[in-house]
Design a binder for this molecule. Structure first.
Ligand SMILES: [Zn+2]
Length: 61
């Protein structure tokens, strides 16, 4: 009996999580969110991986 209750509870939680994720994708913690674009130069649009400034003199967004 207790096992059944736990199973139902788990299913309920999974359902809530599923609905919540479908309705509010932005409410996810950053770890679970899709990775955002890497920083890019605000002048030439080059990807700046591991650096804050661009050879063209621009800065990362
Ligand atoms: Zn640049």
């Amino acid at each position: 009996m207790l096992v059944k209750v736990i199973l139902i509870f788990l299913c309920f939680m999974a359902l809530i999580a599923f609905i919540g994720r479908a309705l509010f994708p932005s409410a996810l913690p950053p770890v679970l969110r899709k990775r955002q674009d890497p920083p890019r130069c605000n002048k030439c649009g080059r990807y700046l991986i591991g650096q804050k400034t661009c050879p063209c003199g621009g800065k990362a967004r």
